[in-house]
Design a protein around this ligand. Sequence first.
Ligand code: GUN
Ligand code: ZN
Length: 426
Amino acid sequence: MQILLGQTLTFTDNPFRVPPAEAVRHERHGAVVVEAGRIVSVGPAEALRAAHPGAEVTDHGAALISPGFIDAHAHYPQTAIIASWGKRLIDWLNHYTFPEEARFADPAHAAEIAARYFDLTLANGTTTTVSYCTIHPESVEAYFAEAQRRGLRALGGKTCMDTNAPDDLRDTAQSAYDDSKRLLGRWHGVDRLGYVITPRFAPTSSREQLEGLGALWGEHPEVLMQTHLSEQHEEIAWVAELFPEARDYTDVYDRSGLLREGALMGHAIHLSRRERDRLREAGASLIHCPTSNTFIGSGLFDMDGLMREGQRVGLATDTGGGSSFSMLRTMAAAYEVAHLRGAVLHPAQLWWLATAGSAEALRLGDRIGTLAPGYEADLAVIDLASTPAIAQRAARAEALWEAVFPTIMMGDDRAILAAYAGGRRV
Ligand code: GUN
Ligand code: ZN
């Protein structure tokens, strides 16, 4: 048994639904008691130390102990091409992304990048990632093997593409189904790993491929499905040409059995009223990727409107279309994007999106993203004075969120003092 001391911060409710002060649980001198990978209790340090006199104590001082961050949409194979200059989505894919993804036919390259990716995400306090792999089954093996070695809760799947992609990056409808099914059987539910059925997006899948993956999802409703939806106008126009029978982009997935609870729709920026209603009715999760949406020039996600109408929303880096591995930087971008749309997100809402909110979007809200008894002990320990600029601003703070907001806006991996996965420091 171990006791971690620090300021503890977690959510008991959704701060988009109730006032932030009612949604947050904060202990200035708090403790998290951990045993066998799970949280046993959370509360005032003094009381918990007295209750567990034999426990090993780790004192994180004034640092904030938070649920580890959850990145609900990323592409680990794009780690080495992050921050590539000057292209919009389709050109960016063709020019930078596809050539790099082709290299993942080599298991050694896949293993090297998977290790590098988890080094970077953990250094940023991210304890759960949901990643696209490449079309190569080897890339899925590398991702899950590395996550398993580190004891992480991680999700991902083989990216499926059978059209409008280079020769060396295409599977077929049949092989995508077969490989996905085999990989799902091999990895889903092993330790803390979860398989995600992964058609890249409508332009790179034939109808047959989408329907095959829809059928696979029907056979395995327990897994998640991830894809991209309505990221850029050029992409949306292309989808309308490719699928004239569909009412809109959302309908392309709907017709193939790829729209229901457990669907993770990356980006979801330019949506019609009908699409929004249908997505909500289906219970899909919309994954906001703000650094990517500004970096690739995609547009401004309507967080305020979508939350008001009761959509399920997660937050993500979209590495390497996104320009950062950091969920702090991602929260800052979400704040800025909302502000450009005339809305002001409270720091508690941003933090919730990066922890409990993303967990709920992944249907994992009862296991991760919250500090409470029985939850998995995936934690990030955060220094709220990690640079001189942040420290001098935080020193003026009179309340919790005023102390946290400078780290949201200006923090990076220097703010992450430690990360724990399943109670083990990683
Ligand atoms: N749409 C299809 N593939 C991708 C990708 O790799 N990144 C982003 N941002 N959008 C996509
Ligand atoms: Zn993406």
